[in-house]
Design a protein. Structure first.
Length: 691
């Protein structure tokens, strides 16, 4: 479809949590020119290779262009009536907890808000969870324990103002490339010292002054040892902080041998971290995706709380999110254990306030099922109607084969997606075509709490509709006409902003109530801004003033006893690490369309240490069969000393049946962090042999 040439449209990249501003210019001949937005504060004109290739991933190839019921094309009315009827009947017969929504950190905030309102306020269940559970739930849990709220204290510019930046479990160079570029530029200009803490020698090590290849899962032990050292050097301030003594006692009990690092390496790390007040500790999936992820987060936060290095220029802990709108999902309450606007689902006053605001008939009274538990409930029939929106859990969930079988056995499955053929769309009874990037309007929040617009510059593909409109239409057909009667995403945004004012009055950090009266024109012109944005507070950092969001206003250190990852079974003697590559995004439904993005790494592969490869008789570029009790993948062998013996690595993006086939998450056990519910995607016991 040709679309008219227009002036560059200011929008936001749909991939990682950096949230770069993009200028998109349809050329009138079917193409779209992409450039970095020079005035967007996140990227100041920069783009990484994925963002720069966005123009190559548009078009209708592989798109779902019309609703389908049972594999046959249907009208929107038929499909929406069927979805509303089946959900309404299931709830009537089995109760509100017999249904679930599994949504996505790639939804826009407006989509997310409507999904959460429908499930938590009108269906009356907490059973909405998101693939962000796989991404940063441990950070949310850690923030709430330490700060009393899920608040990212700092800003991107802190990486540029710091004298020392520590990257923990974060391959920033590949997973948040523009933020890495900003750090590299600051390092070149100011001599910033960079430490990488990661069992793998990743591309981020290219600018590192120190790489600590610690034992897998030993992050909490490392930061406990740092906390003990802080105390030993009498550097702790501990003002307005609770839990200092218990956290210190746990820290002092930590055995340095757990880290697998030498005394000299530890001493070097302590000297760097303690050598300057201006330290930023950036952490990501290597910390979060663990069965003790929340404790690892708190071990990091403890060190910043103990030294007062938080919420001030150039210092603080910094969780970088994997997805473009993981933060927006947190803001609207898209996780099963949260309520809208950072209110708490367990708090009766918070529930009542949201119920009154929504004029909702039946509020969820308790947290719903988190992602892994939700698919277990699908498997055993407790959930009988499931709506999967903008995500592909048949590939990306741990024990992905089992999850795919569970979805296939569910009584009624609805999938909303841009793409016609994914591992998950194949399992749907009803398929609903959704608009994609460039076709929809809304907002996203990046890792530094900056809300930016995504803007429409293309017509919808076929009959595709915006996710918020689809959800609202189902809500209306289920009988709640007035509550879901918006005509424009600006109205959804304005309602969310108004609700945030209610939340702000209850003490929530998330308050954008200045924007409660926003109209369509103002929404269209909305410039990127940091939250909060209210009469009481605008933007900036949190906690630098020593005031936290706990009931007594004090920060909380948490006693952390480091736990080693689960012991390996002799039959599965390798601990497989999983993660991203530089040029692909998730299951490659979009980035796979760009030939240049596929040139970087064209096949699913297994990074394996030369000693392991020799022992298994695996030649470079041969195929290896990797198995676990849960699944199997066939991967191209890449022999490299970037990984350590016994700890191979495989990327998460590929699927498919023919070799090499990269269903890597099928290998991963469904073990989760007991606090956050986040799965341990970095640690799968596997066997490897030549294929
Ligand atoms: Fe997009 Fe992230 Fe790359 Fe920026 S760094 S262009 S947000 S993928």
């Amino acid at each position: 479809t040709l679309h008219p040439a227009i002036a560059p449209m200011r929008t936001t990249c749909p991939y990682c949590g950096v949230g770069c501003g993009v200028l998109a210019s349809p050329d009138g001949r079917g193409g779209v020119t992409i450039a970095g937005d020079p005035v967007h504060p996140a990227n100041k004109g920069r783009l990484c290779v994925k963002g720069a290739a966005l123009g190559e991933t548009l078009g209708h190839q592989g798109r779902l262009l019309a609703p389908q019921i049972g594999g046959q094309t249907a009208s929107w009315d038929q499909a929406l009536d069927l979805v509303a009827t089946r959900f309404r009947d299931t709830i009537a017969r089995h109760g509100p907890d017999s249904v679930g929504f599994y949504v996505s950190g790639q939804l826009l905030t407006e989509d997310y808000y409507v999904a959460n309102k429908l499930m938590k306020g009108f269906i009356g269940s907490g059973n909405i969870d998101t693939n962000s559970r796989l991404c940063m739930a441990s950070s949310v849990a850690g923030h709430r324990r330490a700060f009393g709220s899920d608040t990212v204290p700092g800003l991107y510019e802190d990486l540029e103002l710091a004298e020392v930046v520590v990257l923990v479990g974060s391959n920033l160079a590949w997973c948040h490339p523009v933020l890495f570029q900003r750090l590299a530029a600051a390092r070149a200009a100011r001599g910033t010292r960079v430490v990488v803490v990661d069992p793998r020698r990743t591309a981020s090590c290219d600018i590192a002054d120190l790489h600590l290849a610690l034992a897998p899962g030993a992050d909490a032990a490392l930061f406990n040892l740092l906390l003990a050292e802080i105390h030993a050097r009498s550097l702790d301030c501990g003002e307005n902080i609770d839990g200092v003594e218990v956290a210190l006692a746990a820290a002092r009990a930590t055995d340095p041998a757990q880290t697998g690092l030498t005394r000299a390496e530890l001493a070097q790390f302590f000297d760097l971290w303690l050598g300057s007040d201006k330290v930023v500790t950036v952490y990501s999936q290597g910390v979060n995706q663990s069965d003790s992820g929340a404790d690892k987060v708190n071990a990091i936060l403890n060190c910043h709380l103990a030294t007062g290095r938080i919420g001030r220029p150039g210092m603080g802990p910094f969780s970088v999110t994997g997805q473009p709108n993981a933060m927006g999902g947190r803001e609207v309450g898209g996780l099963a254990n949260m309520l809208a606007c950072h209110l708490e689902i367990e708090n009766p006053a918070h529930r009542t306030a949201v119920q009154n605001f929504w004029n909702a008939p039946r509020m969820a009274e308790r947290p719903g099922l988190k992602a892994m538990d939700m698919f277990r409930a699908v498997e055993d029939g407790r959930i009988k109607a499931l709506w999967i929106i903008c995500t592909n859990p048949a590939v990306t969930m741990p024990e992905a084969d089992r999850v795919a079988r569970a979805i296939a056995g569910c009584d009624f499955v609805v999938v909303s997606d841009m793409m016609a053929q994914t591992d998950t769309t194949r399992l749907a009874h009803v398929l609903l075509p959704a608009t994609g990037w460039g076709e929809k309007d809304g907002t996203v929040t990046n890792s530094e709490r900056r809300i930016s617009r995504q803007r429409r510059f293309l017509p919808p593909a076929g009959q595709a509709r915006d996710d918020w409109r689809i959800l609202a239409e189902v809500g209306r057909r289920m009988g709640w006409r007035d509550a879901f009667d918006w005509q424009h995403p600006a109205e959804v945004f304005a309602e969310h902003a108004a609700l945030s004012g209610v939340a702000g009055a209850l003490g929530s950090d998330f308050d954008i109530s200045d924007l409660a009266g926003i109209g369509v024109a103002e929404y269209d012109a909305l410039q990127p801004f940091l939250w909060p944005q209210s009469a009481a507070r605008c933007g900036g950092r949190f906690f630098g003033d020593g005031r936290f969001h706990t009931p007594n206003g004090r920060g909380r250190m948490v006693a952390v006893t480091p736990r080693a990852p689960q012991a390996l079974d002799a039959a599965y003697p390798f601990r497989l690490n999983t993660g991203r590559v530089r040029d692909h995004w998730h299951t490659m439904t979009r980035t796979g369309l760009s030939p240049r993005l596929s040139r970087h790494l064209a096949e699913p592969f297994l990074e394996i240490h030369p000693a392991d490869a020799a022992r298994l008789d695996l030649a470079p570029a041969s195929l290896a069969e990797v198995t676990s009790p849960h699944g199997r993948a066939i991967l191209r062998v890449l022999v490299t000393d970037r990984v350590t013996p016994g700890h191979p690595f495989a990327p998460m993006h590929w699927t498919g049946e023919t070799a090499p086939s990269g269903r890597v998450d099928a290998l991963v056990p469904g073990r989760v962090d007991p606090v956050s519910g986040q799965p341990a995607l970095k640690s799968a016991g596997v066997a490897i042999r030549s294929f």
